[in-house]
Design a binder for this molecule. Sequence first.
Ligand code: GLP
Length: 256
Amino acid sequence: MEIIIQPTPEAATAIAARLIAGLIREKPAAVLGLATGSTPERLYAQLVDLKLDWTKITTFNLDEYVGISPQHPQSYHSFMWEKLFRHVNVAIKNVNIPDGLAKNVPASCEAYERKIAAAGGIDLQLLGIGTNGHIGFNEQTSSLASRTRIKTLTPQTRKDNARFFGSEEAVPHHVITMGIGSIMEARQCLLLAFGKKKARAVAEAVEGPVTAMNPASVLQLHKKATLIIDEEAASELKLPDYYRWVYDNKPEWQKL
Ligand code: GLP
């Protein structure tokens, strides 16, 4: 795992934007795995400002709430169109987000997996992290081999996400999420985490055992996982100075 610690979320986001912009320029038909939540908002704004060519890019979002329509202001469909897609020249047919209103959820999840495979797999999967270590909506004790499927949110995640819905009661219980096994097949994973609230989940993911109690810890088994975090999110790490030294002394050819 590569751990990049930056003084602020702004500085961390700038590196993530450079990395994704570099991929889009190098591989104009890249397949991007995208995430929602407050963490990547600034990143999407920066990618918009870079005026990249998205015409051949394909995207797959990690997750969606079950039972709310794509037009619902808190659906992840709405989030993605609002924050990114409507500002760039992405082709609508290349945008994929799990269907929260699917009549046959298992069939729809299988179709989503088949679509990812047909697109050639995901080049870069963007991730945030929940305060309990979840990635996508793979809650604690999710199978580390799981595929796209329905999940039930933990009370903690419903509480964390209540700020978007106005109240905890309004947060759906069910979601569809790409599985941990699906995420692990991406050729690169890029996880962003900002703020003190994420410090414990980040420390456990990076330096704790690989465990379904912290789904992000599975990234220790990924061959190309990069975490870009701010000082606050790094505050419970045991080896922060080592990670800083590594990043500051990268060989020239390896610099981001
Ligand atoms: C939700 C999303 C995750 C995201 C997490 C953290 O649960 N499904 O993909 O990483 O929230 O959100 P935030 O970035 O708002 O802290």
